[in-house]
Design a protein around this ligand. Structure first.
Ligand code: URA
Length: 424
C-alpha cells in the first residue's frame, strides 16, 4: 500500500486497516514519507475524521514509536488535563492522591500560547529539576508517591513529529488527532489508571461543552480498549481556575490551598478530580474518596508529600512553609474599576494571553520565561465593585510599563455599569 492510496482512502472516508496506519506512522517517523504527503493525510482526517478503530490503531502506533515506561509500582494513577488558564490542579491533586496511598505519576509539558504548563510552574521553585531520568523518577515515586517530570524524547517520537507538522499546517483541531496525540503519550507513560479532565470554554482547547464531551468519550474508549481503568470528566474553563495565573503565582496558590488556607472553586474541582483518581485506584466509593482527599489536606499530609517531593527533585522545599521564598515580581500594577460595575464574565483566553505578554508564557518554544510574572484576580463573575476597587493585579519583572497589558486585561473582563441607588 503506498501513501497516495492511503491519502485517497481517508479522503473518500474508506477506513484504513491497522497495518496501513502502523506503516504510515512508522514510515513518517523514519523520514520515509515527506511532510507534504503526511500533511495531506492529516487534512483528510480533519475533514472526514477517523473511525474509533482507526483512532485506536493510530494511538497504539504512536505509542509504539518509542519507549513504554515500566513504572514498577502498584496502583499508579495519571491525570491529564487538556490545558487551561490558571490550571494548577496537578500540583494539588498529585500530593493529595499520594497522601491517600495511591501513586500519582505524571509526565507534563511546558506552556505554549495562552495555556500554562505544569513543568514551567514547578521550575519556578528554585533548584527543582524536572528532567529526572526514569530510574530517579521511579525512586521519588517509591519514596513519596508523587512525581512529575518533563516529557522524555524517548516517548512517542511520532507524536512529537506529527504534532509539529499539525501546528504548521492548520491540522490541530481534529478530535481523533487530538485524542491519539494525548492518549499515545498517556499509554506510553503506562499508569494503571487514567483520569482525563477535558476542559471547555473560552480558556480551553475545546470551546464548546459538546466538543469536550465528544473528545472525553473518545479518549475514555481508547484508554479502555488499551486495558487501562479510565474515567473522563469535563470541567469548565470559562473562568480561570483559582485566582492566580502565572508560574510562581500558581505554585503559591497551590501551596496555600494545601496549607488549608483557601477553599472555593479551585478546592472543589481538585477534590472532585482527586476523588475520581482515588476511586479508579480502588480506594472506595466517590464519597469515601472525597472525604479521604479532604482529610489529606486538613491533616497536612498532602503538603508533606509535596515538601518531600520538592526536596527529592532538588528544589527548595521551604516554599511549602514560606511562599515568599518563591520568585517575586519587581513591578506590579493594579487594574481598577473606573465606575461602579457588576462583573459578568471573563475572556479566559485573553487573560492567559495578557499573562503571557507579562512574561509568564511563550509564543515560541524558545521564548524565555519570567517565573514571577502573571495576574492575581480580585473578583469573580457576579461580583459588584465600586469605582476604584481592584479588579486584578498584574505582575512582571520583565516590564515596568503595564499600559498595553492593562488595556488587554480590562478588555478580557465583561462587566455592566451599574447605578448605585441614591437615598438622599
Ligand atoms: N495536546 C496534545 O498533546 N496533543 C494535541 O493534539 C492537542 C493537545
Amino acid at each position: 500500500m503506498n501513501i497516495i492510496d492511503i491519502i485517497n482512502k481517508t479522503k473518500r472516508s474508506i477506513p484504513l486497516t491497522e497495518e496501513e496506519i502502523s506503516s504510515l506512522v512508522k514510515k513518517y517517523t523514519f523520514g520515509e514519507i515527506p511532510d507534504h504527503q503526511m500533511s495531506a493525510w492529516l487534512m483528510a482526517v480533519c475533514i472526514n475524521g477517523l473511525t474509533e478503530q482507526e483512532t485506536f490503531a493510530l494511538t497504539i502506533a504512536m505509542r509504539d514509536s518509542g519507549k513504554v515506561v515500566d513504572l514498577d509500582m502498584p496502583l499508579t494513577v495519571d491525570k491529564h488535563s487538556t490545558g487551561g488558564v490558571g490550571d494548577k490542579t496537578s500540583l494539588i491533586i498529585g500530593p493529595v492522591v499520594a497522601a491517600c496511598g495511591a501513586c500519582a505519576a505524571k509526565m507534563s509539558g511546558r506552556g505554549l500560547g495562552h495555556t500554562g504548563g505544569t513543568i514551567d510552574k514547578l521550575e519556578s521553585i528554585k533548584g527543582f529539576r524536572t528532567d529526572l531520568p526514569l530510574y530517579e523518577f521511579r525512586d521519588v515515586l517509591k519514596q513519596t508517591g508523587f512525581s512529575i517530570i518533563s516529557q522524555s524524547d524517548e516517548l512517542c517520537p511520532a507524536d512529537k513529529k506529527i504534532y509539529a507538522l499539525r501546528n504548521a499546517t492548520g491540522t490541530v483541531d481534529s478530535i481523533p488527532l487530538i485524542c491519539a496525540s494525548i492518549m499515545s503519550k498517556k499509554l506510553a507513560m503506562n499508569a494503571d489508571c487514567l483520569l482525563l479532565d477535558v476542559k471547555y470554554g473560552s480558556g480551553a482547547f475545546m470551546k464548546t461543552q459538546e466538543d469536550a464531551r465528544k473528545l472525553a468519550n473518545l479518549m475514555e474508549k481508547i484508554g479502555t480498549f488499551a486495558g487501562k481503568k479510565c474515567q473522563a470528566v469535563i470541567t469548565d474553563m470559562n473562568t480561570p481556575l483559582g485566582n492566580n495565573i502565572g508560574n510562581a503565582l500558581e505554585v503559591k496558590e497551590a501551596v496555600e490551598l494545601l496549607q488549608g488556607k483557601t477553599k472555593g472553586r479551585l478546592y472543589d474541582v481538585c477534590m472532585e478530580l482527586a476523588a475520581y483518581m482515588l476511586q479508579l485506584a480502588g480506594k472506595g466509593t466517590i464519597s469515601q474518596c472525597r472525604t479521604m482527599a479532604e482529610e489529606a489536606i486538613s491533616s497536612g499530609k498532602a503538603l508533606d508529600v509535596l515538601r518531600r517531593t520538592i526536596r527529592l527533585h532538588g528544589g527548595n522545599e521551604c516554599i511549602c512553609d514560606d511562599v515568599s521564598l518563591l520568585p517575586q515580581a519587581e513591578f506590579s500594577y493594579k487594574v481598577k474599576a473606573t465606575e461602579d460595575i457588576k462583573i459578568v464574565s471573563f475572556n479566559t483566553e485573553e487573560l492567559g494571553m495578557t499573562s503571557l505578554l507579562l512574561g509568564a508564557g511563550r509564543l515560541e518554544k524558545s521564548d524565555r520565561l519570567d517565573p514571577s510574572a502573571g495576574i492575581v484576580m480580585n473578583c469573580e463573575a457576579g461580583d459588584v465593585l465600586s469605582a476604584g476597587d481592584v479588579i486584578m493585579t498584574l505582575y512582571s519583572s520583565f516590564c515596568s510599563d503595564f499600559s498595553d497589558a492593562a488595556v488587554r486585561a480590562l478588555n478580557a473582563v465583561e462587566f455592566l455599569s451599574i447605578e448605585i441607588p441614591s437615598y438622599t
